[in-house]
Ligand binder design. Sequence first.
Ligand code: GN1
Ligand code: MG
Length: 337
Amino acid sequence: MQAIFDIYNWNVDRFERIDQGLINTTFIVITKEGQEYILQTVNHLIFKDPSAIDQNIQLIGKYLQEHAPGFLFTHLVPTKKGDTLTFYEGKYYRAFAKINGQSYDVLENPLLAKAAANAFGQFTAALVNLPIQQLKITLPDFHNLSLRYTQFETALTNGDTNRINESKIAIEYLQSQQDVVKRYETFIANKDAKLRVTHHDTKISNVLFDKQEKAICVIDLDTVMPGYFISDVGDMCRTYLPNVSEEEANLDLVQIDKGRWTALKEGYLNAMGNILTSFELAHFEFAGEFMIYMQALRFLTDHLNLDTYYGAKYNGQNYVRAINQIALLKAYSKILQ
Ligand code: GN1
Ligand code: MG
């Protein structure tokens, strides 16, 4: 690590790895002068073009500085040479100044849902006039549900036979809900489904809060790219409505609090209500189905493919995640009735 610290010219007092996200590796670095940085390696097996992320973050940072200077944003910290992305010994590194705030893995009350939904809504709203084609696509087809379904079908053919046999009930359930894919296709085919600056990973741990539980900043901008609002609202539904995380193996605990649903909706629409088209507004509830279903597909696909994408800390972790998301999808459909 010392070589990286030297590239940034940091006089490091201490650093520690933090458990943030499934894809990248993240460290907090504290210098002898007391400055705190977030240092990350970008997983380039997944993000094949890390410079696209770098360009997007810079573009958005510049745009906000000009058009919404008060908007708190995770600007990149340059190396001594002035680079915001560095390739060193097979890895891509980038750094941010650490913003002080607290993040949550699961939501503790409806007010947090409202605040977080509002923060992501404000992010898209602040960038509504940024010409969308200027943003790079950092992960092609990331939330393309049709493709995710095809990948699931491929795993049913090429995946691990034992795991396929053991996952029969989950597989059949996801097959039985395939109409979600058709509704997604109908949605994106409509001209009133707009491509907007979309975060694509609006889970609760990607918002920083202050001590008064006010949302101060959205983080983890790797998947910010042109997309549909159903991705952001959907991932909020997926992660703010239950009071347990996607890791919970006890499915009886996967339940939804309706108060949070109202809070989420209010929070997001306070920022985006005047921007969304009436066609989009009519798909607000669909957003949750779309994302919970897609995440269940992705976890199960990965389980069948022997955890090559998400990895697993124990045998069957992605299966647990998948059945957790299936339980959530069922609970979500109930609150919509
Ligand atoms: C991944 O790495 P992380 O935790 O930010 C994934 C998201 C999933 C999430 C599930 C690039 O995000 O799509 O919702 O795991 N990101 C990528 O925990 O695949
Ligand atoms: Mg992420």
